[in-house]
Design a protein around this ligand. Sequence first.
Ligand code: SF4
Ligand code: SF4
Length: 444
Amino acid sequence: MHLNLSPELQGNAAAEEAARIVGKCVHCGFCNASCPTYRLLGDELDGPRGRIYLMKGLLEGVPATAKTQLHLDRCLTCRACESACPSGVDYGRLLDTGRALSSVRSPRSWSGRLVRALLRGTLTRPWLFGALLRIGQTLRPALHPQLREKVPVRTLGPVGPVGFKASPISQAVIPAPPSPAQRRVLLLSGCVQPALSPGIHHATVRVLAALGIEAVTPPTAGCCGAIRQHLDDPVGALDEARRNIDAWWPWIEPSSVDSDANASGAQHALAASGAPVEAIISNASGCGVQLREYGHLLRQDPVYAARAARVAALARDVAQVIAPAAEALVKRLRPGPARLAFQSPCTLQHGQGIRGLVEGLLTRLGAELLPCADSHLCCGSAGTYALLQPELSGELRARKLAALQRGAPQAIVSANIGCITHLGYSAEVPVQHWIEWIDARLMP
Ligand code: SF4
Ligand code: SF4
């Protein structure tokens, strides 16, 4: 697709990259069939090809309108179109630039800006989100149904069931590590997950410990930045990334602590205590996508570019660390029947390009995995999409649950907290993270 970049954007690295991406599109339309919003609404402008046309216009200097913003806002950022595209159009990066241009040229209403500011301010602060969630859980019966849907019932404690329904298969036994950990990884603590579903981190730490891997979570690391990135605050997202890099760096490069005059005594002790971490793992696939983007996002930062690239290179989904150890793990698990349906989050299969890994791991560990039609389509959660586009999100959830529950599974397992809470609201069976399913079967 030929594009004449507007003079005001020439020299702008993000706009020039976006122009190169648009240039790869041959407007064949193969992507439309994979697009959940196109399939729901049937409007060319609610499909990837139409959105690329809209963003091409923005890059050429066409004024943004409310209609442009509406069609870009309706995009789930699921990136199913990227997986389908034969020309390698990097739609996700294009959308970041397109949305930024649209919001600058056509500022949102004050109420739209306020909602986004409130979401950014609360969701990215674990202490504030946790306090508000507890209040919401207490008042849940009195809440308006639309708001009640967003507030999961309180879970039974740090190792208890996850999500909206008590799960019979997640009462975990805490195993002692078999020996002092030989390996070490950093675990992203994240923002909403510890409050919504504390059992996921606990299960991750225990399963890794069973394999002799220590998971470290420095207290000053937090939100990965994805929420700000997708809510009109790319500058704030970069600040979150820099904060995480600072928190993780002593663990990645222990020798750096010796030369850092500001390093704490604990950091010096740490640096002396062992090998650098082998990976930075995430057990929320949406956050994992953002970690892999750190190198790109900070590529022009003279201070952080090299460290951000190193962090991105170390980023792994937790499945990538556990799957190679499946043979060792299977000996540690209690046998028993399990019919599971796996919901593969878009951020896992399209964003990180990890397809089939969790499915293969669970099958190797004894689960019977049921087929799920249209498994490449989004469940409608998509970060804050479920809050900002409730009708489309609800319709996508109903379709996804019908596909997942067709084979009457005992439980649905997933790899992302957003999908787990979103599906859990109206699922007929428990919904949990796949690592909790493994954790619940660990023998002491
Ligand atoms: S499949 Fe790729 S090349 Fe074809 S219209 Fe979609 S984005 Fe463009
Ligand atoms: S990211 Fe998802 S919703 Fe957006 S255009 Fe691509 S397939 Fe459609």
